[in-house]
Design a protein around this ligand. Sequence first.
Ligand SMILES: [Zn+2]
Length: 268
Amino acid sequence: MKKSFLLFPLQPRFSRACRPLSLLFFFRAGRIIRDMKHLLYLNGKPIEYTLERKRVKNINLRVRGGEIFVSAPRWVPRSVIERFLLSRGDMLLRAAEHSAPAEARRWVSGERLFYLGRELTLFLERGGRAAVRPDGSCLRVALREPDDPGSVERAVARWYRRESERLCRAACDILYPHFAALGVPRPEIRMRSMRSCWGNCRPERAVVTFNALLAAVPEDGIEYVAAHELTHFLHADHSPAFYAALAQVVPDWKARRSALKEYAPLLF
Ligand SMILES: [Zn+2]
């Protein structure tokens, strides 16, 4: 549901994961820029951070490519946000040190992408009909114009969406009988590019929406997301009852959830 399990407070190891994972920046296209940069002094050192005001419940902090990003609800004063940042000061400095500047994605052979938690190397070739397929450690993309980055980007994005849909549907098919026995109607499955979560659920409309990038994460992560969303048909919130119900289908949901967090930078 809305309170995303993917809101991650600062975790320094993300910064390393970010580099290879900062790949799919194209999902940020069309984003309205309303971020403001601010300066904060940490142990006398000026630290710049980007503050984004949006409809979130918490103050969220993340470090990407050496930059610090904070999102906060509109009503939280800057002083409160900065107190929160200072309370994470040490972690913040450490994380910023470990992150390298994000590299711009280049849609050329040799670029790295993730598929089912494995890193694949993009391999472009000329071909009559557009085709994308994983082949060992490669992601082979055949296109009439393999030198056109826009075409490559679109072909790869389409492939991710298709693969994500196939995998999400398969996960739901496996999990659904358990929920059907509890009276849950079979939901409609939708795919969407989302920046803040892997999935969401609208029980009142019997719709589950999955992130079109979900194929990047390991299969048990996909299953976890599907189980999480289906469990919302039983409990709308993230109460202990929700997690107890989730544990019925995915007993190791905690481990899967934390493994999934490694892939969170893909969303931003
Ligand atoms: Zn949820």
